[in-house]
Design a protein around this ligand. Structure first.
Ligand SMILES: Nc1nc2c(ncn2[C@@H]2O[C@H](COP(=O)(O)OP(=O)(O)O)[C@@H](O)[C@H]2O)c(=O)[nH]1
Ligand SMILES: [Mg+2]
Length: 441
């Protein structure tokens, strides 16, 4: 994998130098056990004067959550790592391998332990905050051990006095404990399919607040070198849609091979190229700053039509296929577009019906071999990339898949009128359209 080579080994070298420089560093390798995580005694750990201690933040998200909510949680964790690095140790964010996602259902393909480099440009992520792949963590750490897992949860009692306040406390676990002790006394659990991975200690923490609420806990109460936050989605954004949010979001550049496949598809089937459509994309996200309205987009309607679990609940904000197709036809006419590109997770039966209703639609349909290479995650990204380049886009109500397309278009400089649109349910009365979130540079 190319991503292996991309990682600068400087952190590793610094780590070795630091390790050899002081025997006191061993103090860092002690596991912190459950009852002293929050005690004051650990704050007296011997500090090495010069070098900042290298520490690793790992995290995971509630298993049923999909790809695009996970991308959102990454932004929260990157923000926490920035806070931690501002006044303390040399924290590095360990990227949780992709896999076992509920929506990735293509049969017979291996979709587990997927490194981030398969979907995102690691050098781009690195330009925002120090990150490493999980396998690099194992190598640097000297084995598949995580010192401390903190399982985040809400407060059993909810908001006391109906008042919301930020707080964090060690508490008994509320939900079923997903870790079990092995013969050696290590904790086993789901570590992204790495069966050899073990945790030295696991504790539950009730947390209510933004991501950086964890910073004092990780800095003062815990001395372990590697700490994993499980159920990290419990934490909120430090500042949604603020500068830091957008820096991290802009750094989440899709892997180049996926962008290229999307670009070739646009050229071949949608009469769309960057030059003509004014969708120039800088390889270096820190230099990408397009004026709103500067991007024109290809002469097609981009559609994200979320189905499956979005229709099972008979949500009133999601249209029938007929309703959606009617809307597409009117948009094609209104904006004088040549084609319609449809990204959807619809099942076979709905797809058949859709093809009947809209025989001229264009879809990205990979061969089995391509699917093996790209995986469901790669195909979803290509779908998003193509939707992001359309002259006009319409998505699905409160779908994070659609939200990520909005952001991609915002980065490229589309007129917001062409981006923040969603389908309305057939009988929906007040069909509120998505919010325009401006980039803060
Ligand atoms: N390829 C492709 N996959 C999709 C599409 N819509 C949904 N999916 C799949 O379904 C998942 C939906 O979960 P998520 O990303 O959390 O978005 P949300 O549930 O719509 O907020 C995605 O991650 C994809 O795996 C689509 O248009 N194209
Ligand atoms: Mg989801």
């Amino acid at each position: 994998m190319a991503n292996r080579a991309e990682h600068v080994p400087a952190t590793f070298i610094a780590f070795v130098v630091f390790f050899l420089s002081s025997f006191d560093a061993f103090v860092k390798f002690e596991s912190v056990n459950a009852d002293n995580v929050f005690s004051a005694s650990h704050t007296s750990t011997v500090k090495v004067a010069s070098a900042r201690d290298l520490r690793y933040l790992l995290y995971d998200v509630n298993p049923p959550e999909g790809f695009n909510l996970r991308r959102d949680v990454y932004i929260r964790m990157a923000s926490l790592v920035k806070t931690l690095r501002q006044n303390g140790d040399d924290w590095v964010l360990v990227l949780p391998p992709w896999g076992r996602l509920y929506h990735w259902q293509s049969p017979n393909i291996h979709q587990i332990r997927i490194p981030w480099g398969e979907f995102f440009s690691l050098t781009s992520l690195q330009a925002n905050v120090p990150v490493i792949e999980y396998e690099e963590f194992i190598a640097e750490n000297g084995g598949p051990f995580i010192d401390q897992v903190l399982v985040l949860q809400n407060y059993a009692e909810g908001w006391t006095d109906g008042k919301w306040e930020e707080k964090v406390d060690e508490r008994p676990c509320i939900e079923k404990f997903m870790y079990s002790k092995d013969k050696q006394g290590y904790y086993r659990g789901w570590f992204w399919g790495y069966e050899q991975t073990r945790a030295r200690n696991v504790t539950c923490i009730s947390a209510q607040g933004h991501a950086s609420i964890m910073a004092p806990v990780l800095q003062k109460n815990i001395t372990a070198t590697s700490v994993m936050l499980d159920r990290a989605e419990t934490l909120l954004h430090d500042h949604y849609a603020g500068k830091d949010y957008w820096d991290t979001r802009r750094s989440m550049v899709f892997a180049k091979h996926l962008r290229l496949i999307g670009d070739n598809f646009r050229a071949k089937y949608l009469n769309s190229t960057d030059d003509r459509d004014q969708t120039i994309y800088s390889e270096d996200w820190t230099r990408q700053r397009a004026k709103l309205g500067s991007a024109k987009g290809g002469p097609y309607l981009g559609v994200h039509m979320r189905r499956k679990d979005f229709i099972w609940g008979h949500r009133e904000d999601v249209p029938s296929l007929k309703g959606a197709v009617k809307k597409m036809r009117s948009l094609i006419k209104k904006h004088k577009l040549e084609k319609v590109f449809v990204a959807t997770d619809a099942d076979e039966e709905e797809l058949k019906e859709l093809k009947k209703l809209l025989p001229d639609m264009v879809r990205f349909e990979p061969s089995t071999e391509d699917l093996e290479l790209l995986k469901d995650g790669g195909v979803a990204i290509i779908d998003q990339w193509i939707c992001a380049h359309a002259r006009f886009f319409i998505g699905t109500s409160v779908s994070t898949f659609s939200f990520r397309i909005h952001e991609e278009r915002e980065i490229m400089g589309f007129d917001p009128k062409t981006t923040y649109n969603r389908f309305c349910g057939d009988a929906e009365k007040e069909c509120e359209q998505p919010t325009h979130w401006k980039i803060v540079y």
